[in-house]
Design a protein around this ligand. Sequence first.
Ligand code: BG6
Length: 489
Amino acid sequence: MNKIDSQSASEIVIFGALGDLSRRKLLPALYQLEASGLINSNSRIVGVARQEHTVDEFKAIVLENLNNFVKETLDADVLARFVERLVYQQLDMKEASAYENLSATLAEGNSTRVYYFSTPPAIYGDICDGLNHANLVNDADRVVMEKPIGHCLESSKVINDQVARFFKENQIYRIDHYLGKETVLNLLVLRFANSLFTTNWDRNSIDHVQITVAESVGIEGRWGFYDEAGQMRDMIQNHLLQILSLLAMEPPADLSAESIRAEKLKAVKALCPIDKTNIKEKTVRGQYADGFLNGLAVPGYLNEEGANTTSKTETFVAIKAEIDNWRWSGVPFYLRTGKRMPAKHSEIVVHFKEQPHNIFSESYNDLPANKLTIRLQPDEGVELQMMNKIPGIASQMHIQENKLDLSFTETYDNERVVDAYERLMLEVLNGNQSLFVSRDEVEAAWTWADSIINAWKSTNEAPKPYAAGSWGPVSSISLIARDDRQWVE
Ligand code: BG6
């Protein structure tokens, strides 16, 4: 990897530096970049938050968080360099005049400024106003925005417009952390560096695709926030659609942001609309009830701390998505995601078509089709299920389904799995937007998601209950069984 050269000194300004995301993800990611020598020696990290703290207190908080959230043992030299970069600025982020204090704190000169908005999106506009008020907006600066960008198409436009008053699209980095995951990035390599898959990646060879993103955690103390969103806005509109678009897009001409984003956008735009005419047939919403996880009793969604006991918010969604284009016509993409499922387990399974004729019927009646499984997390890897002859002298050929298994931990046993935020932060510093979501794509994703959310609203039905620790409501099984298929579990 290239080190960033001395021209790339930056001021990384984290708004909401004492928040959960910053403490758990951003600061540990920056520490890892420091350890890899990927941060310019003149760069500084400016933590901005509402609370009064001295810089030494801020450093102590960061140190405690690194101890808690960096998995490896901290290196004393790296830590000393890292802590040296830290600066703290107390700020009322809604008060434009207060940004003059920030201006006094920021370095003058040629540093590129990276403004990381790790705050609720409702104040992105205020932050932009403040930066503009204090003359802190330059063409070379970058803005990093966390999801959720709005809770529907209209509100996402409002947020995007607020930021666009001062920053151009090529300065805006919209994060979807799934795009920084090694296994998600590997989809590009799998598809476009292996002719075996490049030439068999369409309706002629593929029967259907399943994408499962299951989590065993529940709501983890953020009931109020989650209840406003639900699993459709929290996971499908962004993470699952990102995976789907990488799987379904046409080959980009190269790895540039323009090429990749243009192809992903076309894929999302080609999704067949789901509305009240087909909502029941194409989707299932669920909500977890009391149940057991790893042998322990866990409360249902409505019995969680702080819950509103009549909430109809979904914690599980299954969708039969279809893509209306030449490549994918007739190939369903079954999406499934939920909280309080039996395990944290995310994978894509590409089911190839069956053989048209079985010449091994004497020993094997029903030849199973090949399956390509991409294990996103944990136990990252790629696995291809195929038929093989069982060695032996018997005149009749005995055959068996076996798998070729490329496990990342076994194959790359010395490599640390890089966290998604580390990769994405590095790309921001390098000014590469290819792993960030364009405004057009966010809007196309909302258009599709809104139609589903509105159709659910119009039916006024409560989500189907499922026991915590199960794979979702029974109707999720029926969704796929209606097509004579079943979820891989
Ligand atoms: C976040 C969602 O974007 O992604 C959370 O808001 C979810 O609800 C999380 O738990 C899952 O991320 P990961 O990386 O743990 O799969």
